[in-house]
Ligand binder design. Structure first.
Ligand SMILES: NC(=O)c1ccc[n+]([C@@H]2O[C@H](COP(=O)([O-])OP(=O)(O)OC[C@H]3O[C@@H](n4cnc5c(N)ncnc54)[C@H](OP(=O)(O)O)[C@@H]3O)[C@@H](O)[C@H]2O)c1
Length: 327
């Protein structure tokens, strides 16, 4: 089969090599799947660079998230039939940027019928991260104001939709007019172009000085530092990621003086520790899809050949929504 592999770390366009390798086998507790679609996630870029918290042994195929069709189940796996359409995380080194990948049977989820393959692939990380972040960690309530950074991006676009579905007033920040138009289409109440406006001033203005109750921050750096200037009394800043490459330090005296919380979110830990909760959230998210409240923002449907360039553009911050590769 064809697979992209990283055998030396670097920028995606340098580190990735298209190779012909034997089809992997499903081990105990695993599924072998034919990849129908695999998502480009920022951690795939970071894994190519060797700067992600997960550092698989070389060589490995990235592609952390996918929609696949079950080919065979490994020893001890019941409940799956060949042809079942599933979504979830890949078990590295056999990631989704290949014709076949390996998944953990215990963590695979049924692909929602209302989503096609390309829409289903990003339905795992994007919305589960948003749900656990907004509901479990930040306890977002109806009527509160939610500020989302990188709101046209992968996890950001999901957070905008989930915020609206929860009855929050959503303020989306994105870079450039193409992205702000997408954020508006997603349903954000207020949209800010960070390349032309100061988001702190706009948030203060539209909340009459109160600030945002919850900030969803996948960017870090200045996005985090400036968010502390417009967080409400008893507000929660969700630390989702550091797409800017800048991991900021928090001024704890400031958090004390203003009564706000800095809340960490590592969605992957829920997948490891509470697989039952993941299934419950998946059922709720599927219900929201069926009700028309959320839908994955897939902006580009690409082929396997496009993986290095797609990851390069994701890493450079020029993609919007989710880009997806279909072998
Ligand atoms: N905590 C968790 O459990 C969890 C789960 C999933 C993902 N994440 C993290 O969430 C972050 C976003 O992931 P994603 O895949 O959804 O990516 P993404 O948001 O689609 O892409 C990153 C976005 O960040 C913004 N950005 C601002 N400054 C940037 C810079 N210097 N370089 C690149 N981008 C910059 C850009 O949007 P604008 O130009 O519109 O600002 C860009 O489109 C990553 O750090 C990822 O690791 C965390």
């Amino acid at each position: 089969m064809r697979a992209w592999q990283v055998s030396a770390k670097g920028e995606p366009q340098d580190a990735l090599e298209l190779v012909e390798v034997p089809r992997p086998e499903a081990g105990p507790g695993q599924l072998l799947v034919r990849v129908r679609a695999a998502t480009a996630n920022f951690p795939d870029v970071l894994m190519c660079r060797g700067t992600y918290q997960v550092r698989p042994a070389l060589p490995f195929s990235p592609g952390l998230e996918l929609c696949g069709e079950v080919v065979e189940a490994g020893p001890g796996v019941g409940g799956y039939r060949a042809g079942d359409r599933v979504i979830g995380g890949a078990v590295l080194p056999h990631g989704g940027f290949a014709e076949y990948a390996v998944m953990d049977a215990g963590r695979a989820l049924p692909a929602p019928e209302g989503l096609d393959d390309a829409e289903a692939a990003p339905f795992y990380n994007t919305y589960q991260t948003g749900w656990f972040g907004l509901h479990r960690r930040a306890r977002l309530e109806e009527g509160e104001t939610l500020l989302v950074h990188a709101a046209a991006g992968g996890v950001g676009s999901g957070a905008v939709q989930l915020g609206k579905a929860a009855g929050a007033r959503v303020i989306g920040v994105a870079g450039g007019s193409h992205k702000t138009a997408l954020v508006r289409e997603l349903g954000a109440d207020v949209v800010i172009d960070r390349t032309a406006e100061d988001f702190v001033a706009v948030v203060k203005e539209v909340t009459e000085g109160r600030g945002a109750d919850v900030v969803y921050d996948p960017v870090g750096g200045e996005a985090f530092r400036r968010s502390t200037k417009c967080i409400a009394f008893e507000g929660r800043i969700l630390i989702v990621g550091f797409a800017s490459g800048d991991i900021p330090s928090a001024a704890l005296n400031h958090a004390l003086v203003k009564n706000y919380s800095i809340v960490g979110l590592h969605y992957g830990l829920y997948a490891q520790r509470q697989p039952g909760a993941i299934r419950d959230v998946h059922a709720e998210l599927t219900r929201l899809v069926d009700a028309g409240a959320i839908r994955t923002l897939v902006t580009e449907r690409l082929t396997l050949a496009d993986v290095p360039d797609g990851l390069r553009r994701l890493g450079a911050g020029t993609t919007a929504g989710r880009i997806v590769f279909q072998p």
